[in-house]
Design a protein around this ligand. Structure first.
Ligand code: B3K
Ligand code: ZN
Length: 879
């Protein structure tokens, strides 16, 4: 049964609700397919609202069993009810009254994984954004804050563990083998932060003493037997709690903080007050089953959800248009945390790569939207790279513009002013304006205008006058027709590079503070005085604004910056731009098969960095990682031929492998681990450099012998998974490859999140033939269509991480994806809609593929009964 489609919610239509729900008392009687929920809501009519204003509550697929007002059953004509709405017209005159609602749920049948459902026998909930209305009728909107008391009853044998938000205030034994617990959360919260977990799980316990000396019990719940694999998550949690006190003065506020890992989850994790629910792949790790990247993700996501306690929970969003208020800010906070835990430059490079890979294409395609969208038909489709990652970049720019002290003062003011409230972006910006005395009204356009701004730059040096002139013009191509595109405030961190960073003794044409040029007008001519020789400008250091620069400096200047920029990030940026340009040019040279993609100077820089031990290992690994095929496609922008790009990528890997063979061999042997595995950043950096060296050696040799040896010898999943991917991607049919795949499956068949790596590696093997194996793998006993992790590992990886396999010239890849989406949409619209975003750049493909992609989507669009989620993405993608 589908809720209505086609309704568009608009920011300008926001108005507060007529009624508030001050208290929410819930009582759950849990049974797998017949759960009863009783809700007693303490309602207050807002001042000035007439007594005959109806109370209209949201629902979704609900079955109403009983309804009372102030304890009295209501006459049938006093209300109207449907699965998605309960409207009560006959209400008491007094401003406060209670509404009691009984609903019946079937958690086992809930495959949407929204509301109350079962995951491997554990009852759990997911309410953000609009899942609470699948539990009871409610004012299910983030600006209705309520104090919750929750009683849970279940059979002790099925669910010895009964958890909800806040503190446990009571528990006890009932008749017939049942028991109960009562939880009370003193902090008023929106319904999307409600959580319940009940089941039979193991636990890891620890504790944390806050900066004011309060003891907090820490509990991580996982499947029995997996407790040791939660140790790293627990450590990350304690480091997050400490860091938030030190970096932002934020202290935890309840007596207990709980994390529960579940295996069926639509996203990464959820920040429910005091009771975070996690996708198990972001909790469980040991060296046998998790890679270094898994460890880094766990650390970041544990931190992210914990940080939400202040940015999201204590201060929440007035409405879903303000989503970036909690998400962008919390991503910024988790980025800073990881930068402090690891290497700042390396972390920043990783963030920029991710932003360009996910957010830039979104902003350049049919799904573009502002950081704060102004309309939506399905809010779940707006948990996007733009809201999260660009939202974080916007916060970072505020810090760049104000400087760290005023930024911190602004954030403190925001916490002071709005604690306990549902806030807006305007209020967030106002806090920074008030704390700094700076007008941020032009800056605020970053929240309103979609699209990646482009900076057109040129320069001129006048030796006689010792003047260096930098001309910067900003252009915003509105990707969405009619979208606003007024000039923005773009902070450009920079240096003028000669023998080092040059000094100047005067500047005009733009506001330049320290190492930041503030671009605010359509065009600036910035004149630096007292410049003794022609410099090479290093612009956008640290990626100080999410913009593109055109034209990039020429090859000679990029090579100069790659070698000489005093800023390490700047060196990486120049080098990667240089390589990307040469790969892009090679992709157009269809006639030339000589195999040389990179010029000598570039190869020379790369091999020099590879062998320079003064650099961090992880930095060298990033420098040596060629831009991916999707990155090159993005640079090319239109008429994309994925096969040509693949050929160039392979040729460049071979070329560089041969050019640096001796150095790579030295790195490969020299970096062999000589102690037990440790997931720390330095050790992980060594492994990543060694594994890059291994890749180049395999590419240079054109075989996988060395990878097979690493696969056999490895004592950790990082090295094993990397070696297996090399084998599958270079020689999918070789005996060694087939043996390794079989051995992996044999060892991990009972561990679904480990098997996801096995699915993913096979799904991303380049070439048209991979579709056959992907289809076959859907029949593997380890695959499950209704588990989001499995679907993402196989079908998600195939459609987003395999340019040649997915973009088969015959269009079969698109057909397969759209059919899979049609199937999944029948029970999990959120996952289905997310899969469909793999098509967002279809208009950039060459004509033949473009038509086939459009055709596959058009066929999907003909289906009756598509969910609002999929219909929304489909409509926007096709127009
Ligand atoms: N706030 C959740 C995301 C909820 C997604 C709902 N479709 C996780 C996070 O960003 O921390
Ligand atoms: Zn978040």
């Amino acid at each position: 049964m589908r809720t209505e489609t086609g309704t568009v919610i608009r920011l300008e239509d926001y108005r507060p609700s007529d009624y508030l729900i001050e208290t929410t008392d819930l009582s759950f009687s849990l049974q797998p397919d017949a759960t009863v929920v009783r809700a007693k809501l303490g309602i207050r009519r807002r001042e000035g609202v007439p007594a005959d204003a109806p109370l209209t509550l949201d629902g979704d697929e609900l079955v109403l069993k009983d309804l009372r007002i102030n304890g009295e059953t209501l006459a049938e004509n006093g209300f109207t009810v449907s699965p998605d709405r309960l409207s009560i017209g006959e209400l008491p005159e007094s401003d406060t009254f209670t509404v009691e609602i009984e609903t019946a749920l079937d958690p086992s049948a809930n495959k949407q994984l929204m509301g109350l459902y079962r995951s491997s026998g554990t009852y759990c909930t997911q309410c953000e954004a609009e899942g609470f209305r699948r539990i009871t009728y409610f004012l299910d909107r983030p600006d209705v804050l309520s104090v919750y008391t929750v009683r849970i009853e279940a059979r002790t044998e099925d669910a010895p563990l009964l958890l909800s938000n806040g503190n446990r205030i009571e528990d006890g034994v009932l008749d017939n083998g049942w028991h109960y617990a009562v939880w009370h959360d003193p902090f008023p919260k929106p319904s999307y932060l409600f959580a319940l977990v009940a089941g039979n799980l193991g636990v890891v316990r620890d504790s944390f003493t806050t900066m004011s000396g309060r003891d907090v019990a820490l509990e991580i719940y996982v499947e029995h037997g997996k407790e040791p694999r939660a140790a790293f998550a627990m450590d990350a949690l304690k480091r997050s709690m400490k860091w938030d006190e030190e970096a932002f003065g934020r202290e935890y506020d309840l007596d207990v903080f709980m994390i529960v890992a579940v295996s069926d989850f639509n996203m990464g994790a959820m920040e429910n007050k005091g009771l975070n629910v996690f996708n198990d792949k972001y909790v469980l790790a040991d060296e046998r089953t998790a890679t270094d990247a898994d460890y880094a993700n766990i650390e970041a996501i544990i931190a992210h959800e914990y940080f939400h306690n202040w940015t999201g929970n204590r201060i929440t969003c007035r409405d879903w248009f303000q989503l970036c208020l909690k998400e962008g800010l919390t991503v910024f906070r988790d980025h800073e945390f990881s930068a402090d835990m690891r290497s700042r430059t390396v972390k920043r490079i990783a963030e920029v790569k991710l932003l360009k890979a996910h957010q830039f294409p979104e902003d350049a395609g049919p799904l573009a939207h502002p950081v704060r969208p102004r309309r939506y038909s399905e809010i779940n489709n707006f948990y996007t790279a733009t809201v999260y990652e660009k939202g974080s970049e916007v916060v970072r720019m505020i810090r760049t513009i104000l400087g760290p002290e005023k930024f911190r003062a602004g954030l403190d003011l925001y916490f002071d002013r709005h604690d306990g409230e549902a806030a807006t972006i305007e209020q967030f910006i106002k806090a920074f304006e008030d704390a700094s005395g700076k007008d941020l009204s032009q800056f605020a356009l970053w929240y309103e205008q979609p699209g990646t701004p482009n900076l057109i730059v040129s320069n001129n040096y006048d030796a006689a006058a010792k003047q260096f002139t930098l001309t910067v013009e900003q252009r915003l191509k509105p990707p969405v027709e009619g979208a606003p595109h007024a000039p923005m405030h773009i902070p450009v961190k920079f240096g003028l590079v000669g023998a080092g960073d040059m000094e100047w003794n005067g500047v005009s044409g733009a506001d330049v503070t320290g190492d930041v040029i503030h671009i605010t007008k359509p065009k600036h001519e910035i004149v630096f005085e007292g410049i003794a020789e022609r410099p090479v400008p290093s612009l956008l250091r640290g990626f100080s604004a999410p913009v593109t620069i055109y034209p990039e400096p020429d090859d000679g200047e990029l090579a100069f910056l790659a070698r000489n920029d005093p800023d390490e990030y700047g060196r990486w940026q120049a080098l990667s731009a240089l390589i990307a340009r040469q790969m892009k040019q090679a992709a157009f040279r269809t006639d030339d098969d000589s195999g040389d993609v990179l010029d000598l100077a570039t190869c020379d820089i790369l091999t020099q960095i590879a062998s320079d031990d003064s650099y961090e290992h992880a930095f060298r690994a990033f420098c040596l990682t060629l831009p991916g095929e999707n990155d090159i496609a993005r640079e090319i922008g239109s008429d994309i031929d994925p096969d040509a790009i693949h050929r160039v990528h392979a040729a460049a890997s071979r070329q560089l492998g041969k050019a640096g063979e001796r150095i790579f061999a030295r790195l490969f042997h020299g970096l062999e681990a000589n102690g037990p595995y440790s997931p720390d950043a330095v050790s992980a950096g060594k492994r990543s450099l060694r594994n890059i060296a291994l890749s180049y050696l395999c590419h240079a040799a054109g075989d996988i012998e060395l990878a097979a040896k690493v696969y056999g010898d490895a004592d950790n999943m990082t090295d094993r998974a990397h070696a297996l991917a090399l084998m599958v991607h270079l020689k999918p049919k070789a005996d060694e490859t087939l043996d390794a795949l079989a051995a992996f499956q044999q060892e991990f068949r009972a561990e679904p999140i480990v098997m996801d790596k096995w699915f993913m590696i096979q799904a991303t093997a380049p070439g048209a033939k991979t579709l056959d194996s992907v289809k076959a793998l859907t029949g593997n006993p380890g695959f499950a269509w209704d588990n989001p992790n499995r679907v993402r590992a196989l079908i998600g990886a195939y459609s987003t991480g395999n340019p040649t396999g997915f973009n088969r010239a015959d269009g079969e890849g698109y057909q397969f994806l759209c059919q899979a989406i049609g199937r999944i949409d029948g029970y999990n619209p959120q996952v289905a809609a997310r899969l469909l975003t793999a098509m967002r750049s279809w208009k950039n493909l060459e004509a033949g593929r473009r038509e086939l992609a459009r055709g596959a989507m058009a066929t999907l669009a003909e289906r009756q009964n598509l969910s609002r989620d999929v219909r929304d993405i489909l409509d926007r993608t096709l127009t």
